[in-house]
Design a binder for this molecule. Sequence first.
Ligand SMILES: N=C(N)NCCCC[C@H](N)C(=O)O
Ligand SMILES: O=C(O)CCC(=O)C(=O)O
Ligand SMILES: [Fe+2]
Length: 377
Amino acid sequence: MSSTTTLPPPLATNPTPTTSTRYTAPLTTAHTSGLPIIDISPFLSATSAPSARHKTAQAINAACVNYGFFYLSGHGIPVEKLDEILALARRFFALPLAQKNRIKRFDAGGAEGGDSARGYQGLGENVTGGLQDLQEAVDWYREWDFPGEDGGDGTVKTLQGANLWPEEPVELKSVYEAYIAQVQGVGKALVHAMGVALGLGPPASDDDDAEDENVFVRNCAASFWVMRMIGYPPLSTPLSPGSDPSQFSCGAHTDYGCVTLLLTDPTPGALQVQLRDGTWLNADPIRGAFVVNIGDMIERWTNGLWKSTLHRVVHRGDRYRVSVPFFYEPGFDSVVRPLRECVRRSGRAEMGEGGTYGEHLLTKVFSNFYYSKRTDW
Ligand SMILES: N=C(N)NCCCC[C@H](N)C(=O)O
Ligand SMILES: O=C(O)CCC(=O)C(=O)O
Ligand SMILES: [Fe+2]
């Protein structure tokens, strides 16, 4: 394939942010935002009652049909650990730029002519919908060693290689690696629950180990996860009442894979989620809970029964904001095509080409960087 990087077309004007509290399904517990709070613990314990799992699965289905977003509680990661993750992110971003640049991602514009998505990216380096985001970030991906130079086809180099870890804070690497192991377990339980919520049973098998497995769990077994640590200085442009934002901390986008487990500091009014009617809802954080949303691969698998919902960050507070999303995704080579049962239920034609998650991810990553000058794929 030979083409230059094309950015997505500019977004149509965004609707005015709102703090709507409407929701359309009977949900047992809801935050003031209206987004449901869902307890995943029945899927983390092997001994939980079937009725408890059923309740969780039903709540997930309602949340994914109505919003594509919810809060997740009962995940078992202590709140002190979550606070520590955020505090370490804040300490890293407070370092001088020269020090942060010591783990700078290897840029396409660099003298050596390669690029890498792993590492630190400075303010304005990430682009969404054709606009630079007012954020800086560090990306870590599942480590992936190719036997060959470029994985065979020259298109995956950007995602290869080892992660870059900062020297400071010294404990960041070990704390984050332990967290990644824990949060992957939550991701696995969550996609398991999602398969149950959709009535996607395990494959017919005599193998006891496969008893609980469904198509989501299987495809995430070698999850090509992404961990992202983001820092957001406040946007400076004033917003007059009723006007649309012209600058974003992170422009409106959908996430790419299965589920995002988002951890943020307590800053309110920053993360906004688009409702079905096109208005924007503030999804303010709940301490100790994750904000969860589904990504493009779940939308494709379900043939749109569950939507990968647009969301954005518009941070106008007065304090530097940090967030740490963990993206629990399919394997890089997972072929994702609509599930026959979901196509039938949706009553719509089969959506999407049915390519691999890796192909989707690469398309996204190559359109994300302001400095990318990629011409060789
Ligand atoms: N790995 C995930 N999902 N990262 C989400 C990043 C979203 C913003 C990005 N600039 C974009 O336009 O997609
Ligand atoms: O920082 C946030 O609240 C959300 C970030 C986000 O949506 C993303 O990185 O995909
Ligand atoms: Fe996102």
